[in-house]
Design a protein around this ligand. Structure first.
Ligand code: 3AM
Length: 178
């Protein structure tokens, strides 16, 4: 199965984010129920690896972290632009939480993540987006601050790749404790 670890924004905030999903040709919007902030992509694992991961995550110690979403960004350049997201402030507690999760994943036997942590919630996958509309979208929402929330659990998601895009299933929640 294909796994990743993340944070799930409260339902009301997911609703607000999902309400941004208008007027952008070339965007395939993430459904409200699938919106998340990825802490660590794991990938395909076998049952034994999943068990090792679960055992390490169960011992996770980190304080609850504030998550403040603000600022619209994209991944990929030009015609390769492939994702539209809202960024999260790099609060020290969130950075610490990310580090604790990374350590647990490495202790479970997975390779270290080499890419730097850029906390974000992906709003849409992009395919040849209309540039003017995209700039309009960014201009309209870039300065907007969403209601902050406290991440008090790390969520283990299973990703189901379907013809209609990925669907994410919550397998486990690991509550924060310091
Ligand atoms: O949080 P977002 O939606 O930006 O892009 C994938 C998604 O990120 C990312 O993991 C999240 C859940 O699928 N992802 C998918 N494959 C990946 C890979 N091979 C990956 N991240 C890193 N390496």
């Amino acid at each position: 199965m294909r796994l990743f670890l993340g944070l799930d924004p409260p339902e009301a905030l997911r609703g607000e984010l999902a309400a941004l999903a208008i007027g952008l040709p070339g965007a395939r919007w993430v459904e409200a129920g699938n919106l998340h902030l990825t802490l660590r992509f794991i990938g395909e694992v076998n049952p034994a690896e999943a068990e090792d991961l679960d055992a390490e995550l169960a011992t996770l110690t980190a304080a609850p972290a504030p998550v403040r979403l603000q600022g619209i960004g994209t991944f990929g350049q030009g015609r390769r632009m492939n994702a539209l997201w809202v960024g999260a402030e790099k609060d020290p507690a969130l950075v610490h939480l990310h580090g604790a999760v990374e350590n647990a994943v490495v202790r479970a036997g997975f390779p270290k993540e080499t890419r730097k942590f850029l906390p974000h919630v992906t709003l849409a996958r992009l395919k040849n987006p209309d540039r003017a509309r995209l700039e309009g979208f960014i201009g309209a929402h870039n300065a907007r601050a969403f209601a902050p929330f406290t991440a008090d659990a790390v969520v283990l998601y299973r990703s189901h790749l379907t013809r209609d895009g990925a669907q994410y299933e919550v397998l486990e929640r690991y509550p924060m404790r310091s």
